[in-house]
Design a protein around this ligand. Structure first.
Ligand SMILES: Cc1ncc(COP(=O)(O)O)c(C=O)c1O
Length: 441
Protein backbone atom coordinates (compact mmCIF):
# COMPACT_ATOMS: atom_id res chain seq x y z
CA UNK A 1 0.00 0.00 0.00
CA UNK A 2 1.27 3.50 -0.83
CA UNK A 3 2.27 5.71 2.14
CA UNK A 4 -0.46 8.28 1.39
CA UNK A 5 -3.19 5.60 1.30
CA UNK A 6 -1.83 3.90 4.43
CA UNK A 7 -1.72 7.17 6.31
CA UNK A 8 -5.26 8.03 5.25
CA UNK A 9 -6.49 4.67 6.56
CA UNK A 10 -4.58 5.16 9.80
CA UNK A 11 -5.97 8.65 10.38
CA UNK A 12 -9.51 7.45 9.70
CA UNK A 13 -9.49 4.78 12.39
CA UNK A 14 -6.56 4.80 14.83
CA UNK A 15 -6.59 6.68 18.15
CA UNK A 16 -3.11 7.75 19.31
CA UNK A 17 -1.88 8.17 22.91
CA UNK A 18 -1.90 11.46 24.82
CA UNK A 19 -2.66 13.77 21.86
CA UNK A 20 -5.51 15.75 20.32
CA UNK A 21 -6.19 13.47 17.37
CA UNK A 22 -6.41 16.29 14.85
CA UNK A 23 -2.71 17.05 15.37
CA UNK A 24 -1.51 13.48 14.83
CA UNK A 25 0.72 12.98 11.78
CA UNK A 26 2.68 9.76 12.25
CA UNK A 27 5.71 8.62 10.30
CA UNK A 28 4.65 5.22 8.93
CA UNK A 29 7.28 2.64 9.88
CA UNK A 30 7.71 -0.44 7.74
CA UNK A 31 10.60 -2.40 9.28
CA UNK A 32 13.45 -2.21 11.77
CA UNK A 33 16.81 -3.86 12.33
CA UNK A 34 19.36 -3.27 15.09
CA UNK A 35 19.26 0.42 16.00
CA UNK A 36 17.56 1.57 12.76
CA UNK A 37 13.97 1.79 11.46
CA UNK A 38 12.80 2.40 7.87
CA UNK A 39 9.61 4.21 6.93
CA UNK A 40 7.26 3.09 4.16
CA UNK A 41 9.11 5.35 1.69
CA UNK A 42 12.42 3.71 2.57
CA UNK A 43 13.87 6.58 4.66
CA UNK A 44 16.10 5.38 7.49
CA UNK A 45 15.87 6.66 11.07
CA UNK A 46 18.12 5.85 13.98
CA UNK A 47 15.94 4.70 16.90
CA UNK A 48 17.65 7.00 19.42
CA UNK A 49 15.13 6.32 22.17
CA UNK A 50 14.83 2.53 21.73
CA UNK A 51 11.13 2.90 20.90
CA UNK A 52 9.76 4.11 24.21
CA UNK A 53 12.96 3.15 26.02
CA UNK A 54 12.09 -0.51 25.80
CA UNK A 55 13.90 -1.97 22.76
CA UNK A 56 17.08 -2.36 24.80
CA UNK A 57 18.56 -5.25 22.80
CA UNK A 58 17.73 -3.60 19.45
CA UNK A 59 15.29 -4.63 16.74
CA UNK A 60 15.15 -8.04 15.11
CA UNK A 61 17.46 -9.98 17.44
CA UNK A 62 17.63 -13.49 15.97
CA UNK A 63 18.15 -15.29 19.29
CA UNK A 64 14.93 -13.82 20.71
CA UNK A 65 12.95 -14.38 17.51
CA UNK A 66 14.03 -18.04 17.32
CA UNK A 67 13.14 -18.60 20.99
CA UNK A 68 9.73 -17.03 20.43
CA UNK A 69 9.10 -19.11 17.29
CA UNK A 70 9.99 -22.32 19.16
CA UNK A 71 7.67 -21.37 22.02
CA UNK A 72 4.85 -20.45 19.61
CA UNK A 73 5.01 -23.92 18.05
CA UNK A 74 4.69 -25.50 21.49
CA UNK A 75 2.39 -23.27 23.57
CA UNK A 76 1.46 -19.60 23.27
CA UNK A 77 -0.81 -19.27 26.24
CA UNK A 78 -2.49 -21.24 28.98
CA UNK A 79 -4.70 -20.00 31.86
CA UNK A 80 -2.59 -18.35 34.57
CA UNK A 81 -3.60 -20.99 37.14
CA UNK A 82 -1.39 -23.51 35.28
CA UNK A 83 2.37 -23.65 35.64
CA UNK A 84 4.63 -23.59 32.58
CA UNK A 85 8.35 -23.99 32.04
CA UNK A 86 8.86 -20.47 30.60
CA UNK A 87 7.04 -18.89 33.56
CA UNK A 88 8.99 -20.83 36.20
CA UNK A 89 12.35 -20.37 34.45
CA UNK A 90 11.88 -16.66 33.87
CA UNK A 91 10.83 -16.08 37.50
CA UNK A 92 14.03 -17.82 38.61
CA UNK A 93 16.15 -15.71 36.21
CA UNK A 94 14.46 -12.51 37.43
CA UNK A 95 15.13 -13.50 41.05
CA UNK A 96 18.78 -14.02 40.14
CA UNK A 97 19.31 -10.59 38.53
CA UNK A 98 17.18 -8.43 40.87
CA UNK A 99 18.94 -7.18 44.03
CA UNK A 100 18.71 -8.71 47.53
CA UNK A 101 15.86 -11.05 48.39
CA UNK A 102 13.52 -9.74 45.71
CA UNK A 103 12.75 -13.28 44.62
CA UNK A 104 8.98 -13.61 44.12
CA UNK A 105 7.46 -12.59 40.82
CA UNK A 106 3.94 -11.65 39.70
CA UNK A 107 3.69 -11.25 35.92
CA UNK A 108 1.66 -8.47 34.29
CA UNK A 109 1.29 -7.06 30.76
CA UNK A 110 3.28 -3.89 31.39
CA UNK A 111 4.57 -1.30 33.83
CA UNK A 112 1.27 0.30 34.87
CA UNK A 113 -0.27 -3.03 35.83
CA UNK A 114 2.82 -3.84 37.90
CA UNK A 115 2.24 -0.56 39.76
CA UNK A 116 -1.47 -1.33 40.29
CA UNK A 117 -0.55 -4.64 41.86
CA UNK A 118 2.20 -3.10 43.99
CA UNK A 119 -0.32 -0.57 45.39
CA UNK A 120 -2.61 -3.46 46.35
CA UNK A 121 0.18 -5.65 47.74
CA UNK A 122 1.57 -2.81 49.90
CA UNK A 123 -1.90 -1.95 51.25
CA UNK A 124 -2.78 -5.59 52.03
CA UNK A 125 0.61 -6.26 53.60
CA UNK A 126 0.64 -3.19 55.88
CA UNK A 127 -3.11 -2.80 56.48
CA UNK A 128 -2.55 0.93 55.77
CA UNK A 129 -4.01 2.96 52.94
CA UNK A 130 -1.88 5.99 52.02
CA UNK A 131 0.45 5.79 49.05
CA UNK A 132 3.24 8.35 48.63
CA UNK A 133 4.56 9.19 45.17
CA UNK A 134 6.94 11.90 43.93
CA UNK A 135 6.15 15.02 41.98
CA UNK A 136 7.90 14.87 38.60
CA UNK A 137 7.27 11.16 38.15
CA UNK A 138 5.45 8.84 35.79
CA UNK A 139 4.06 5.46 36.79
CA UNK A 140 1.65 4.56 33.96
CA UNK A 141 -1.74 5.30 32.43
CA UNK A 142 -4.12 3.09 34.46
CA UNK A 143 -6.27 4.49 37.28
CA UNK A 144 -3.88 3.95 40.20
CA UNK A 145 -0.64 4.46 38.28
CA UNK A 146 -1.80 7.75 36.75
CA UNK A 147 -2.88 8.99 40.19
CA UNK A 148 0.65 8.31 41.46
CA UNK A 149 2.10 10.12 38.45
CA UNK A 150 3.49 13.54 39.38
CA UNK A 151 3.22 15.30 36.02
CA UNK A 152 0.56 16.90 33.77
CA UNK A 153 -0.57 13.53 32.41
CA UNK A 154 -2.35 13.09 35.77
CA UNK A 155 -4.40 16.30 35.57
CA UNK A 156 -7.17 15.11 33.20
CA UNK A 157 -7.48 11.87 35.24
CA UNK A 158 -8.15 13.61 38.54
CA UNK A 159 -9.47 13.01 41.15
CA UNK A 160 -7.98 9.53 40.64
CA UNK A 161 -7.88 6.83 43.31
CA UNK A 162 -8.16 7.86 46.96
CA UNK A 163 -5.25 7.90 49.40
CA UNK A 164 -2.44 9.10 47.12
CA UNK A 165 -0.14 11.84 48.48
CA UNK A 166 2.61 13.55 46.51
CA UNK A 167 5.99 14.65 47.85
CA UNK A 168 8.98 16.51 46.40
CA UNK A 169 11.78 14.27 45.20
CA UNK A 170 15.32 15.63 44.93
CA UNK A 171 16.03 17.52 41.70
CA UNK A 172 19.55 18.95 42.00
CA UNK A 173 19.36 21.10 38.82
CA UNK A 174 16.06 22.77 39.85
CA UNK A 175 16.10 22.02 43.59
CA UNK A 176 12.64 22.63 45.09
CA UNK A 177 14.41 23.88 48.23
CA UNK A 178 16.57 26.54 46.60
CA UNK A 179 19.93 24.81 46.68
CA UNK A 180 22.53 24.58 43.96
CA UNK A 181 24.49 21.94 45.82
CA UNK A 182 23.57 18.31 45.12
CA UNK A 183 24.28 17.00 48.60
CA UNK A 184 22.45 19.89 50.26
CA UNK A 185 19.48 19.46 47.91
CA UNK A 186 19.31 15.76 48.83
CA UNK A 187 19.45 16.55 52.56
CA UNK A 188 16.86 19.34 52.46
CA UNK A 189 14.47 17.26 50.34
CA UNK A 190 14.78 14.35 52.75
CA UNK A 191 14.21 16.62 55.78
CA UNK A 192 11.01 18.01 54.24
CA UNK A 193 9.77 14.50 53.41
CA UNK A 194 10.45 13.42 57.02
CA UNK A 195 8.40 16.36 58.31
CA UNK A 196 5.59 15.68 55.83
CA UNK A 197 5.41 12.05 56.97
CA UNK A 198 5.46 13.04 60.64
CA UNK A 199 2.55 15.44 60.09
CA UNK A 200 0.62 13.00 57.91
CA UNK A 201 0.91 10.06 60.33
CA UNK A 202 3.59 7.48 59.53
CA UNK A 203 1.30 4.61 60.57
CA UNK A 204 -1.22 5.60 57.89
CA UNK A 205 1.32 5.24 55.08
CA UNK A 206 1.50 1.90 53.27
CA UNK A 207 4.18 2.66 50.70
CA UNK A 208 6.47 5.18 49.08
CA UNK A 209 6.82 4.76 45.31
CA UNK A 210 9.79 6.19 43.43
CA UNK A 211 11.63 5.78 40.19
CA UNK A 212 15.30 5.11 41.14
CA UNK A 213 16.28 7.62 38.46
CA UNK A 214 13.37 9.68 37.22
CA UNK A 215 12.57 8.82 33.59
CA UNK A 216 10.14 10.84 31.51
CA UNK A 217 10.34 13.83 33.85
CA UNK A 218 13.94 14.47 32.89
CA UNK A 219 16.41 11.72 33.89
CA UNK A 220 16.69 13.22 37.36
CA UNK A 221 19.43 11.42 39.28
CA UNK A 222 18.76 11.51 43.05
CA UNK A 223 21.71 12.20 45.35
CA UNK A 224 22.98 9.21 47.36
CA UNK A 225 22.13 10.79 50.73
CA UNK A 226 18.45 11.09 49.78
CA UNK A 227 18.18 7.46 48.73
CA UNK A 228 20.02 6.14 51.81
CA UNK A 229 17.79 8.32 54.00
CA UNK A 230 14.64 7.20 52.19
CA UNK A 231 15.42 3.54 52.84
CA UNK A 232 16.03 4.33 56.52
CA UNK A 233 12.82 6.39 56.78
CA UNK A 234 10.78 3.48 55.38
CA UNK A 235 12.46 0.98 57.74
CA UNK A 236 11.88 3.17 60.80
CA UNK A 237 8.18 3.60 60.01
CA UNK A 238 7.21 0.20 58.58
CA UNK A 239 6.57 1.78 55.17
CA UNK A 240 7.02 -0.41 52.07
CA UNK A 241 9.55 1.05 49.62
CA UNK A 242 8.48 0.40 46.02
CA UNK A 243 11.03 1.18 43.32
CA UNK A 244 9.64 1.49 39.79
CA UNK A 245 12.28 0.14 37.41
CA UNK A 246 10.02 0.12 34.35
CA UNK A 247 12.41 2.42 32.53
CA UNK A 248 15.55 2.31 34.67
CA UNK A 249 15.88 -1.47 34.65
CA UNK A 250 17.47 -3.95 32.26
CA UNK A 251 20.76 -2.17 31.70
CA UNK A 252 19.33 1.20 30.74
CA UNK A 253 21.27 3.00 33.49
CA UNK A 254 24.45 0.92 33.08
CA UNK A 255 23.54 -1.70 35.69
CA UNK A 256 20.87 -4.41 35.69
CA UNK A 257 18.65 -2.10 37.77
CA UNK A 258 18.88 1.63 38.49
CA UNK A 259 18.62 1.14 42.26
CA UNK A 260 21.97 -0.70 42.23
CA UNK A 261 23.63 2.72 41.85
CA UNK A 262 22.53 3.43 45.43
CA UNK A 263 23.30 0.16 47.19
CA UNK A 264 19.84 -0.08 48.73
CA UNK A 265 17.20 -2.78 48.19
CA UNK A 266 13.50 -1.96 47.87
CA UNK A 267 10.74 -4.13 49.37
CA UNK A 268 8.94 -4.31 46.04
CA UNK A 269 10.39 -3.73 42.57
CA UNK A 270 8.21 -3.17 39.52
CA UNK A 271 9.43 -3.32 35.95
CA UNK A 272 8.48 -3.98 32.30
CA UNK A 273 9.90 -2.66 28.99
CA UNK A 274 13.44 -4.13 28.71
CA UNK A 275 12.42 -7.51 30.13
CA UNK A 276 11.24 -8.38 26.61
CA UNK A 277 12.60 -5.31 24.73
CA UNK A 278 9.14 -4.83 23.27
CA UNK A 279 9.16 -8.09 21.27
CA UNK A 280 5.92 -8.82 23.13
CA UNK A 281 4.30 -7.23 26.19
CA UNK A 282 5.40 -8.19 29.71
CA UNK A 283 5.69 -6.53 33.12
CA UNK A 284 6.56 -7.76 36.61
CA UNK A 285 6.12 -7.03 40.26
CA UNK A 286 8.83 -8.62 42.41
CA UNK A 287 8.28 -9.02 46.18
CA UNK A 288 10.80 -9.53 48.95
CA UNK A 289 10.63 -12.55 51.24
CA UNK A 290 8.74 -10.84 54.08
CA UNK A 291 5.91 -9.65 51.85
CA UNK A 292 5.86 -12.97 50.03
CA UNK A 293 5.45 -14.76 53.38
CA UNK A 294 2.42 -12.59 54.18
CA UNK A 295 0.74 -13.97 51.06
CA UNK A 296 1.40 -17.59 52.09
CA UNK A 297 -1.54 -17.34 54.47
CA UNK A 298 -3.51 -14.44 53.01
CA UNK A 299 -4.74 -14.49 49.41
CA UNK A 300 -2.99 -12.38 46.80
CA UNK A 301 -6.18 -11.01 45.26
CA UNK A 302 -4.73 -9.73 41.99
CA UNK A 303 -5.33 -11.38 38.65
CA UNK A 304 -4.90 -10.90 34.91
CA UNK A 305 -5.93 -13.14 32.03
CA UNK A 306 -2.44 -12.84 30.57
CA UNK A 307 -0.39 -13.17 33.78
CA UNK A 308 2.63 -15.34 32.99
CA UNK A 309 1.86 -15.54 29.24
CA UNK A 310 4.05 -18.37 27.95
CA UNK A 311 5.19 -16.61 24.76
CA UNK A 312 6.02 -13.40 26.66
CA UNK A 313 7.97 -15.37 29.27
CA UNK A 314 9.96 -17.16 26.53
CA UNK A 315 10.81 -13.74 25.08
CA UNK A 316 11.88 -12.60 28.57
CA UNK A 317 14.19 -15.60 29.04
CA UNK A 318 15.79 -15.03 25.63
CA UNK A 319 16.23 -11.31 26.38
CA UNK A 320 18.07 -12.02 29.63
CA UNK A 321 20.30 -14.48 27.72
CA UNK A 322 21.09 -11.73 25.20
CA UNK A 323 21.88 -9.20 27.98
CA UNK A 324 24.32 -11.71 29.47
CA UNK A 325 25.85 -13.29 26.35
CA UNK A 326 26.31 -10.01 24.47
CA UNK A 327 27.46 -8.14 27.59
CA UNK A 328 24.90 -5.39 27.02
CA UNK A 329 24.87 -4.12 30.59
CA UNK A 330 28.62 -3.58 30.32
CA UNK A 331 28.19 -1.91 26.91
CA UNK A 332 25.58 0.43 28.36
CA UNK A 333 28.03 1.56 31.06
CA UNK A 334 30.93 1.91 28.60
CA UNK A 335 29.06 3.62 25.74
CA UNK A 336 27.16 5.68 28.31
CA UNK A 337 30.43 7.18 29.55
CA UNK A 338 31.30 8.10 25.93
CA UNK A 339 27.83 9.56 25.32
CA UNK A 340 28.13 11.62 28.53
CA UNK A 341 31.42 13.09 27.31
CA UNK A 342 29.85 14.08 23.96
CA UNK A 343 26.82 15.62 25.68
CA UNK A 344 29.01 17.70 28.01
CA UNK A 345 30.73 19.04 24.86
CA UNK A 346 27.32 20.01 23.43
CA UNK A 347 26.47 21.69 26.73
CA UNK A 348 29.64 23.75 26.47
CA UNK A 349 28.84 24.84 22.90
CA UNK A 350 25.06 25.48 22.96
CA UNK A 351 23.51 28.37 24.92
CA UNK A 352 20.15 26.52 25.12
CA UNK A 353 21.62 23.50 26.94
CA UNK A 354 21.24 24.10 30.67
CA UNK A 355 22.13 20.63 31.87
CA UNK A 356 23.13 17.27 30.41
CA UNK A 357 22.55 14.27 32.67
CA UNK A 358 23.58 10.74 31.79
CA UNK A 359 23.62 7.33 33.53
CA UNK A 360 24.49 4.42 31.28
CA UNK A 361 22.82 4.84 27.90
CA UNK A 362 20.11 6.99 29.45
CA UNK A 363 20.52 10.72 29.03
CA UNK A 364 18.63 13.97 29.05
CA UNK A 365 19.45 17.42 27.83
CA UNK A 366 17.53 20.07 29.76
CA UNK A 367 16.88 23.21 27.72
CA UNK A 368 17.14 26.69 29.16
CA UNK A 369 16.78 30.24 27.95
CA UNK A 370 19.40 31.42 30.44
CA UNK A 371 22.23 29.24 31.71
CA UNK A 372 22.75 31.46 34.77
CA UNK A 373 19.18 31.56 36.11
CA UNK A 374 18.35 28.12 34.64
CA UNK A 375 15.04 29.51 33.38
CA UNK A 376 13.25 26.88 31.28
CA UNK A 377 13.17 27.43 27.52
CA UNK A 378 9.71 25.89 27.01
CA UNK A 379 8.22 25.50 30.49
CA UNK A 380 6.73 22.62 32.51
CA UNK A 381 4.12 20.73 30.48
CA UNK A 382 4.60 23.26 27.64
CA UNK A 383 2.34 22.92 24.67
CA UNK A 384 2.36 26.63 23.80
CA UNK A 385 5.88 27.36 22.61
CA UNK A 386 6.13 23.77 21.43
CA UNK A 387 9.90 23.80 21.48
CA UNK A 388 10.11 20.02 21.25
CA UNK A 389 8.00 19.81 18.07
CA UNK A 390 10.43 22.10 16.20
CA UNK A 391 13.41 20.23 17.62
CA UNK A 392 11.95 16.85 16.63
CA UNK A 393 11.32 18.11 13.09
CA UNK A 394 15.01 18.97 12.63
CA UNK A 395 15.98 15.54 13.95
CA UNK A 396 13.57 13.66 11.70
CA UNK A 397 14.99 15.54 8.71
CA UNK A 398 18.40 14.31 9.84
CA UNK A 399 17.26 10.69 10.21
CA UNK A 400 17.09 10.52 13.99
CA UNK A 401 14.12 9.63 16.17
CA UNK A 402 14.37 10.96 19.72
CA UNK A 403 11.76 11.49 22.35
CA UNK A 404 11.60 15.19 23.30
CA UNK A 405 9.01 17.10 25.29
CA UNK A 406 8.80 20.32 27.31
CA UNK A 407 12.42 21.19 28.15
CA UNK A 408 13.70 17.65 27.86
CA UNK A 409 15.50 15.85 25.09
CA UNK A 410 15.81 12.15 25.91
CA UNK A 411 18.67 10.15 24.44
CA UNK A 412 18.39 6.41 25.06
CA UNK A 413 19.58 4.27 22.15
CA UNK A 414 19.52 0.46 22.16
CA UNK A 415 22.28 -0.97 24.35
CA UNK A 416 23.97 -2.51 21.28
CA UNK A 417 25.06 0.93 19.98
CA UNK A 418 28.73 1.54 19.16
CA UNK A 419 30.92 4.65 19.30
CA UNK A 420 30.56 5.54 15.60
CA UNK A 421 26.77 5.36 15.85
CA UNK A 422 26.84 7.60 18.94
CA UNK A 423 28.84 10.13 16.90
CA UNK A 424 26.19 9.92 14.15
CA UNK A 425 23.42 10.50 16.71
CA UNK A 426 25.22 13.39 18.44
CA UNK A 427 25.80 15.12 15.06
CA UNK A 428 22.02 15.19 14.45
CA UNK A 429 21.33 16.39 18.02
CA UNK A 430 23.87 19.17 17.45
CA UNK A 431 21.73 20.43 14.54
CA UNK A 432 18.55 20.25 16.65
CA UNK A 433 20.26 22.34 19.32
CA UNK A 434 21.15 25.00 16.75
CA UNK A 435 17.37 25.31 16.36
CA UNK A 436 16.72 25.59 20.15
CA UNK A 437 19.60 28.13 20.43
CA UNK A 438 17.81 30.23 17.80
CA UNK A 439 14.74 30.48 20.09
CA UNK A 440 16.67 32.41 22.74
CA UNK A 441 16.00 36.12 22.36
C1 LIG B 1 8.73 4.64 35.33
C2 LIG B 1 7.56 4.11 34.57
N1 LIG B 1 6.62 3.41 35.22
C3 LIG B 1 5.55 2.89 34.58
C4 LIG B 1 5.38 3.07 33.22
C5 LIG B 1 4.18 2.50 32.53
O1 LIG B 1 4.52 1.38 31.80
P1 LIG B 1 3.52 0.80 30.68
O2 LIG B 1 3.36 1.85 29.65
O3 LIG B 1 4.21 -0.44 30.22
O4 LIG B 1 2.24 0.49 31.38
C6 LIG B 1 6.34 3.79 32.49
C7 LIG B 1 6.19 4.01 31.05
O5 LIG B 1 6.89 4.73 30.40
C8 LIG B 1 7.45 4.33 33.19
O6 LIG B 1 8.39 5.05 32.55
Amino acid sequence: MKTTELKKLDRQHVIYSWKAQGAVDPIMIDRAEGIYMWDTDGKRYMDGCSGLLNINIGHGNRHVLEAMKAQMDKLCYVAPSFGTEPKARLAEMVAEVTPGNLDYVFFTNGGAEAIENAIKAARWYTGRHKIYAAWRSYHGGTAGAITLTGDPRRWPAEPGIPGVVHFFGPYPYQCPFASRDEEECGRKTLDVLKTQIMLDGPKTIAAIFMEPIVGTNGIIIPPQNFMTGLRQLCDENGIVLVIDETMAGWGRAGKWFGIEHYGIVPDILTTAKGITSGYVQLGLMVLNKKIWEHFQEKPFTGGLTYSGHALACAAGIANIEVYKNDKLIENSAKMGAYLDKKLQELKGRHPSVGDARCKGLWACIELTSDKKTRAPLAGFGDSVRNVSAGFNKVLYENGLYLFAKWDFVFISPPLIINQGQIDEMVAAIDKGLDYTDSLIK
